[in-house]
Ligand binder design. Structure first.
Ligand code: PXL
Length: 273
């Protein structure tokens, strides 16, 4: 953890806004803060949503996203970027063009909101593969995302590994296929990089399908990379962090939980009255 005496580390999310702060760049920022870095937010898309549903979504113009990134680059040494909802191909293209070469980048390939609302269109999905994966430090698909993007039907431990390697073949330095939606070995993530395969496990969380947990996980990885950890260690620290955020998640709509990035301060099972 940082304290006032230490050099500050910076991480920036490039993602979509969720006004209910159950997911999106709001969760990213809370997570980065909780992990001890100065989080920053490049707004790449907007949603109108509450605890129950996404009502509408809108993109931010590509040139404006470039200006946001340029403004940060002029002033801060960003240890790691993280992408979330990018909406469409022009947004993905702008992000890929604006990121300076050699920056660490965690890509959360967000495709669908929990209620199946499409957050990245098909052209954007293709652009993510061709333009973002070649500059990615680690990509973090869940099982449905890994299946849709790679075309490999992910339904067991072996296909999780195959899909993870597919992401390396597209140019990512590392890939994690997350086991949070698994019907088998629930909660175990498959991480691969040039050194090989590593299973990432944590205490089995009492809840599944917790809204915002993917945003939280990827942001915690980015924060720990920004703090200087090697990627594999950053992934382990992030797994512990997101596991706590899920364990102490709160029910913000009946039957729907969102994770709690403040869990280290508030170890409470919250419930909406
Ligand atoms: O959890 C993925 C996600 C990311 N970003 C935004 C979202 C969601 C899910 O709803 O709304 C803005």
């Amino acid at each position: 953890m940082n304290n006032g005496e230490m050099k500050k580390a910076f991480a920036a999310t490039i993602a979509g806004s969720d006004p209910s702060a159950g997911a999106g760049l709001q969760v990213d920022l809370k997570t980065m803060t909780a992990c001890g870095v100065w989080g920053m937010t490049v707004v790449a898309a907007l949603t109108a949503q509450n605890a129950n549903h996404v009502i509408d979504a809108s993109s931010v113009e590509g040139n404006f996203i470039k200006e946001e990134i340029k403004a940060l680059e002029e002033d801060f040494e960003i240890g790691c970027y993280k992408t979330g909802m990018l909406k469409n191909a022009p947004t993905v293209k702008a992000v890929a063009e604006a990121l300076p070469k050699g920056r660490k980048l965690v890509v959360d390939p967000v495709l669908l909101a929990t209620k199946e609302y499409r957050l990245l269109d098909e052209a954007g999905q293709n652009k993510l593969v061709t333009d973002l994966l070649p500059i990615t430090t680690v990509v973090t698909p869940n099982i449905p995302e890994a299946t849709l993007i790679s075309g490999i039907k992910v339904n067991d431990a072996e296909s999780m590994e195959q899909a993870a390697f597919w992401f390396l073949d597209q140019g990512a330095e590392a890939a994690i296929v997350k086991g949070g939606h698994a019907k088998f070995r629930l909660g175990t993530d498959v991480y691969v990089d040039k050194q090989g395969v590593m299973l990432v496990e944590a205490e089995v969380a009492p809840f599944t399908d917790v809204h915002g947990s993917g945003c939280c996980y990827a942001s915690a990885i980015a924060a720990h990379i920004a703090l200087g950890l090697p990627v594999r260690e950053a992934v382990f620290e992030a797994k512990k962090f997101v596991n706590g955020a899920i364990k102490y998640s709160w029910e913000y709509a009946p039957g729907l939980r969102t994770m709690n990035p403040g869990w280290q301060q508030h170890k409470t099972y919250y419930k909406r009255e």
